[in-house]
Ligand binder design. Sequence first.
Ligand code: S3P
Length: 433
Amino acid sequence: MDSVLRVSNGGTFTGSILVPGDKSISHRAIMLGALSDGLTRVTGCLLSEDVRCTINAFRVLGVQVDLNTSTDEVLVHGVGLHGLKNSPESIVVGNSGTSMRLMAGIFSGAGLSISMIGDSSLSSRPMKRICEPLAQMGANVKTSGDGTAPLYIGANNGLKGITYAMPVASAQVKSCILLAGLYADTPTKVIERIPTRDHTETMFETFGVSLVLEAGSITLLPTQKPIACDVVVPADISSAAFFLVGGAIGLDSRISMKGVGVNKTRSGIIRILEMMNAKISLTNVRMRGGEKVADITVASSDLHGVDIPLDCVAAAIDEFPAIFIAAACAKGVTVLRGATELRHKESDRIEVMASGLRTLGVDLETYEDGIKIVGGCIGSGTVDAQGDHRVAMAFSIAALKASGNIDISNAEGISTSFPEFVSIAKSVGLRVE
Ligand code: S3P
């Protein structure tokens, strides 16, 4: 169903908001809770469609998960590493790459015979990147002919640990291997040249599973079991991203957000926006549930274009749709290179963002691994989010600085990560229907 968001241009973007829980961390808390013996309480859990796919998957496999939607608290009644039941029905994970890739590691380790299906976007995303290391560990995972979902996981004779140097910078691949490694009888080592989000490592420690962390590698020693615990999920910086950019580009704007995760493997957007001259301040920086969080305030800023440093790319990988909007509103040119992975997200985010920006009159050039955006003015028109949640939210925010209204078609994906986006954005002044 095509859902169209109509956003009238202009307005100021001002107020204090509470951004919902981090999607990556919520998935991991539920997964490790399910694999522990006993009760895990997840506070501040994101209850978006993607996370609900993970919850439903474990329910199908015999794990009781209780949701309290008014407090965002989730109780996971873990069944232990070997307690998951097989299911004759396919596990449906919708749009959620994190569910599919991480659970492929768990289901392989648990020796289940099971299939996993996704929506059309997820069914076009690369899955060989997890099947290859899993096969080296002794798993039996098949994809469709072109290396995409559905995934068919067959029984195996037990997993062994591997040493795997990741060919792409991917936290999902790293996490898939480490989760499978919980079931291996020898050490599992992942070598990453470029650091990616380290929430799996942190969540392992929270659940009492220790890792050997060395520069550029993570090693999991065998026969450790996660222990049920209480997890507190910080606010999601990837959702906060739209408000960071909106606050910076909006006229006379000022947005404050409390308890946002600012783990350095995720906060590339703050570094990039600061380089662009955004007025951002972090206060009350503290640790919460093993993750660094801060209260963040952003105010209207005179942004200028930048060459985005290569070492910011992985730490901002989900925030580029929002950053491209900041670049389109900035004075001068912004260049991003080294970001081919953007072509393998919920959409090809280089092409889908470029196409929408061109519709709005923005001058740009694309590369296989990035984009050059000439900042200046944003016009008006209808852009197609192609079902990609972050593209839809990014173009909504663009209306704050546009010369006319922006209609965003195929915007229904927003509920995969941020179901309250429209109501929260409206509450601070976005003129969205
Ligand atoms: C995620 C890792 C990233 C990110 C995705 C969530 C995770 O994907 O883009 O939205 O939770 O591990 P890759 O690992 O494929 O880069």
